[in-house]
Design a protein around this ligand. Structure first.
Ligand SMILES: NC(=O)C1=CN([C@@H]2O[C@H](COP(=O)(O)OP(=O)(O)OC[C@H]3O[C@@H](n4cnc5c(N)ncnc54)[C@H](O)[C@@H]3O)[C@@H](O)[C@H]2O)[C@@H](O)CC1
Ligand SMILES: Nc1ncnc2c1ncn2[C@@H]1O[C@H](COP(=O)(O)OP(=O)(O)OP(=O)(O)O)[C@@H](O)[C@H]1O
Ligand SMILES: [Mg+2]
Length: 330
């Protein structure tokens, strides 16, 4: 274990804590914080000459339509820059050329509005390690129906599914699509969380009890992982609540959540594959979510130091490599 050496650096670097359901939000110690960072490090595959292309992650992003081409791009490029080998985007026909023109690194499939969209994506599922459903998907009924079909096929394959943005809109209309599938991670922002919570709990969010709310939502969804994004990110599987308050900045430009869901695509795969020994028996999706939240906030922090108020999501993407090294490579 490389943990001991890096204690002081991490102490200075952040104030993340791990909290447990039944401990009434007891703030845990620096050791807990370091432990969770160490678990993230444990699941990251070492870079060796022995691995072949694709082994460290083939990630699919389902989203991208006429209005939104940035969101799937940010998610897909972040998955790659965080260490995935291949990043696929499944989007509508008119979004595809635009997304390709942002980056030659991405593999772009213009299938999401085709009559056999679900089949076209299903063909690729055996070659994907995880899917991120929703960035820039939009709310067109046909596209949402296709996303639903893709979620169902992904569940049958047992692959980790990250649901974000308009994917969460779909889930708040029809929660049973994902309820009980414990290889799913939901990444709601403030509004998305409120919609999901009200749909599931039939009550408005209790703003004096964020921990209780994220726990209850996870439990109501069948103990899948929920990442409530905000000033502090709360991550729960209905049993524990991890808190990520790693220092970011006060700049809130669009696209930051897309970096989070894209990096979570690859981290969820790594954590899932790593096995219980590497995660010390912890839920691998909690570990992955903590890693993705910390990484996104670190990118935000670094980009803000360079650009201040003019910082955009693209500036954060440029920081993924150095942020990753700073947090996780020892
Ligand atoms: N460049 C792009 O293509 C981008 C596209 N995006 C896409 O845009 C679509 C809609 O996403 P939205 O996030 O706007 O979803 P929503 O339609 O759920 O809107 C959330 C709204 O809530 C507001 N809000 C956020 N935090 C709040 C708070 N604490 N209190 C009150 N209001 C708050 C925001 O201003 C936002 O307008 C998705 O498909 C998403 O992926 C975004 O990811 C941003 C970047
Ligand atoms: N008030 C805040 N202070 C610090 N970090 C924040 C704050 N709000 C959100 N974040 C961070 O920004 C990232 C994105 O969260 P946000 O709520 O902006 O997502 P989003 O609305 O889905 O973004 P997007 O525009 O990509 O859809 C998360 O990593 C979260 O930790
Ligand atoms: Mg979002």
């Amino acid at each position: 274990m490389r943990v001991a050496r890096s204690f002081p650096r991490l102490a200075a670097m952040n104030k993340n804590v791990i909290e447990r359901t039944f401990s009434l939000h007891r703030t845990h110690t620096l050791k807990d914080m370091e432990n969770i960072f160490q678990l993230v490090r444990n699941v990251i595959p070492p870079l060796t000459g022995k691995r072949h292309k694709g082994q460290d992650g083939r990630i699919g992003i389902v989203g991208g339509c006429q209005e939104y081409t940035g969101a799937p791009y940010f998610a897909a490029i972040t998955a790659l820059k965080a260490g995935a080998d291949l990043s696929h985007v499944f989007c509508t026909k008119d979004a595809a050329t635009v997304i390709k023109s942002y980056s030659p690194e991405l593999i772009v499939h213009p299938v999401l509005d085709s009559p056999n969209a679900v089949y076209e994506v299903e063909k690729w599922l055996p070659r994907l390690h995880s899917v991120v459903i929703g960035p820039g998907l939009g709310r067109d009924e046909v596209l949402l129906e296709n996303a639903k079909g893709i979620i169902e096929k992904s569940k049958l394959k047992g692959i980790p599914i990250i649901i974000d943005a308009d994917g969460l809109w779909l889930i708040s209309q029809q929660p049973s699509i994902i309820q009980g599938y414990q290889r799913a991670i939901l990444t709601p922002n403030y509004m998305e969380f409120s919609r999901l919570y009200e749909a599931m709990l039939r009550d408005p969010v209790d703003s004096s009890d964020h921990h209780g709310c994220v726990l209850r939502l996870s439990q109501a969804m069948g103990n899948l992982t929920v990442v409530q994004k905000g000033e502090r990110d709360l991550i729960s599987d209905g049993d524990k609540v991890l808190v990520c308050s790693h220092e970011g900045s006060s700049r809130r430009c669009g696209g930051q959540g897309d970096l989070l869901s894209g990096s979570l695509g690859v981290l969820a795969h790594w954590a899932f594959m790593a096995g219980a020994e590497k995660t010390n028996g912890q839920n691998p999706f909690l570990v992955a979510a903590f890693g993705a939240c910390s990484l996104t906030r670190q990118c935000n922090n670094q980009a803000f130091q360079k650009f201040g108020r003019s910082m955009t999501a693209s500036d954060m993407v440029s920081e993924v490599g150095t942020a990753f090294n700073k947090l996780f490579e020892t």
